[in-house]
Design a protein around this ligand. Structure first.
Ligand SMILES: C[S@@+](CC[C@H](N)C(=O)[O-])C[C@H]1O[C@@H](n2cnc3c(N)ncnc32)[C@H](O)[C@@H]1O
Length: 268
């Protein structure tokens, strides 16, 4: 498949989702506008001091996390493939008088759009599955980070993506075995039952992701796996503690999220 095919199909899907997500209780944009941070405990615990740091947020959706990070002191740039999401993010930033700036582009084209390297690259929850090649992703991260800069990455665990939507059977391979296609009814927000979208995605095993970062000159400082999701974004979930969701019947049995903190080598 040519790159353009998956890009245009996924862009159309995310454009439809962005507008519906903005109105959802899941994203609760009204509370966000009055100061609620959209960040979760998992990533907050991994973040360094953000005061006056330059930060690039890859696959920022409509910008809540990007703006939350700027509220913590960072100068932030969010990038996303969805022009609708970027328009909403830019409007939100202007309305909230945030310093966050937003750019619409494919992750793989980010270095062309971002001439200055960053202290921090941040990217979380539902990101690399939209990209066919984690080696190219790692190369982008390395090229937009300053030497000594830090990657903060939190992602749903590839084990989660092996299951069918209802978590009744293992449907997909753990590692990348080529593009996967889905016409999905609805989205992960509660208000999306009328949405029909086509998507193309990939599953990436953890060792492929980590080795790609190492090959691009990043040192892994911290690697964690979590047996819950902070988002109630899957079918058939149970809230085991406030804000911690597991799959009913698989409680505590599978990893659901993992995180990586990595540092780009400083040249001697
Ligand atoms: C699940 S959302 C990320 C959610 C995010 N953590 C948040 O703030 O809610 C995935 C995002 O990736 C973006 N995306 C998908 N493929 C992309 C690509 N090739 N380049 C840049 N962004 C992409 C989508 O437009 C979407 O906004």
């Amino acid at each position: 498949m040519k790159d353009k095919d998956y890009i245009s199909i996924n862009q159309a899907g995310w454009n439809k989702r962005a507008e519906v997500h903005l109105e959802s209780e899941f994203y609760d944009n009204e509370a966000f506008k009055t100061g609620r941070s959209s960040l979760n405990e998992i990533e907050i615990a991994l973040l360094p001091d953000l005061k006056n740091k330059s930060l690039c947020h890859l696959q920022c959706h409509f910008g809540q996390d990007t703006i939350s990070l700027s509220r913590m002191g960072a100068n932030t740039v969010g990038i996303d493939l969805s022009n609708k999401a970027i328009q909403i993010a830019s409007d939100l930033s202007a309305e909230l008088k945030s310093n966050s700036r937003f750019v619409c582009c494919d992750v793989y084209d980010a270095p062309q759009h971002l001439p200055e390297p960053f202290d921090i690259v941040f990217t979380t929850y539902g990101v690399i599955g939209w990209l066919p090649d984690v080696r190219r992703w790692a190369n982008v991260i390395s090229s937009i980070l300053k030497p000594g800069g830090t990657l903060i990455f939190v992602e749903f665990h590839p084990v989660v993506w092996m299951f069918d939507d209802k978590f009744e059977k293992v449907q997909y391979k753990y590692r990348n075995s080529g593009p996967l296609f889905e016409t999905s009814s609805g989205s992960y927000t509660e208000n999306s039952s009328d949405l029909e979208t086509d998507f193309i995605f990939w599953n990436h095993g953890i060792s492929d992701t980590i080795q790609s970062l190492i090959n691009e000159g990043l040192t892994i400082l911290d690697l964690k796996e979590y047996d819950y999701s902070p988002y109630n974004c899957f079918e058939n979930t149970i809230e085991i503690e406030k804000g911690k969701y597991q799959i009913r019947g698989l409680e505590g049995k599978i990893p659901m999220v993992y995180s990586i903190v990595a540092k780009k080598w400083e040249k001697a």
